[in-house]
Ligand binder design. Structure first.
Ligand SMILES: Cc1cc2nc3c(=O)[nH]c(=O)nc-3n(C[C@H](O)[C@H](O)[C@H](O)COP(=O)(O)OP(=O)(O)OC[C@H]3O[C@@H](n4cnc5c(N)ncnc54)[C@H](O)[C@@H]3O)c2cc1C
Length: 294
């Protein structure tokens, strides 16, 4: 089912995000995870694309197997990094052959070993160009990324949201946001871009905090901010992985409850390839199954 159909639902849509394991780790681990996520009847599961396209083959394989082995709807992330039109055609053909009909189209970040990587010299400079290309190549449902605090490359937040409008106008069906821990940022972002004429569903990306080192690293990479209550939570529980995990799950439950009370289109839960994280968060949203569209 295409993303535009999925989001016609009148109740919030539940979706998950998983990532391909490192090359030396067998794919069966992530396939087992996906099997365990099935019990929550997610409307789709998205599979990230390694920075610099490093996990390209695995993203396509996992997305294909989500469809074929579990009968769930996959969304394959794709990036512009080092990508030519010819390669993109091959990827899209392979996805189509395997029944994957939705993608999340991104610019991507510079490969780790090439921090000076220049997107402006590539065939696709911005996500909007990739989106326009995919739109012209067939009938894929297309999601794109959005940043409630503005993308870190943008000098002005407003400028990033102007670029977001251009991106949506190039053929986007759905926006999924970068993680954030202060819901007020999301509400302000949503209100502002709605006034700018962005009408597609906007789904908050929620990443439960389960480890203080990891969340500090992720925030420093993506440029999202740490609100004072998260700062205090890390201070209080950061030394104990067990206590941090419990506090992080609790925070995510409250965050999602608040988002749902404000009528979000859905929740995109980044489960960090940990089935227990999905279980503990969804259990905490008592009766979660009835709250989301299946
Ligand atoms: C939900 C989500 C999923 C993600 N999944 C992955 C993944 O699987 N793999 C991965 O490598 N990364 C992933 N990322 C990270 C993403 O690749 C980075 O944030 C990247 O730096 C920007 O990608 P984008 O698609 O948002 O870029 P763009 O929309 O192209 O924006 C990048 C920057 O360029 C600016 N810009 C856009 N258009 C123009 C224009 N026409 N002129 C001038 N400036 C412009 C924007 O304002 C922004 O500052 C994900 C991010 C999110 C939020």
């Amino acid at each position: 089912m295409k993303l535009s159909e999925i989001y016609k639902s009148t109740v919030p849509v539940l979706s998950f995000e998983v990532f391909p394991p490192k090359p030396e780790v067998p794919l069966e681990n992530v396939m087992r995870l996906i099997g365990s996520l099935k019990q929550y009847s997610p409307s789709y599961i998205s599979v990230t694309y390694g920075a610099g396209g490093s996990s390209r083959g695995r993203t396509i394989e996992i997305a294909s197997r989500i469809k074929q082995e579990h009968g769930l709807e996959p969304v394959a992330h794709l990036t512009c990094v080092g990508q030519t039109c010819g390669e993109m055609d091959r990827i899209l053909a392979e996805l189509k052959e395997n029944g994957v009909s939705n993608v999340l189209a991104l610019r991507g970040d510079p490969p780790r070993e090439q921090p000076e990587f220049d997107f402006l010299r590539g065939e696709f400079k911005y996500a909007s160009e990739l989106i326009e290309y995919i739109r012209s190549r067939g009938s894929f449902g297309i999601a794109a990324a959005a940043y409630p605090e503005g993308h870190r490359d943008s000098r002005y937040i407003d400028e990033d949201w102007e670029n977001l409008k251009l991106k949506v106008d190039s053929g986007v069906d759905l926006l999924v946001t970068q993680l954030f821990y202060d819901n007020r940022l999301f509400y302000h972002f949503r209100d502002t871009v709605r006034k700018m004429g962005i009408t597609v569903p906007i789904v908050p990306g929620v990443m439960p905090i389960f480890n203080s080192r990891q969340i500090r690293r992720i925030l420093s990479l993506c440029g999202a901010s740490m609100p004072p209550d998260v700062f205090m939570m890390l201070d209080k529980y950061g030394e104990s992985d067990q206590d941090m995990y419990r506090a992080g799950v609790e925070y995510a439950i409250h965050q999602i409850q608040d988002l749902m009370s404000e009528g979000v289109d859905g929740i995109h839960l980044e489960v960090m390839n940990r089935p227990e994280l999905a279980e503990d968060v969804l259990k905490g949203l008592s009766g979660a199954k009835g709250k989301f569209s299946a």
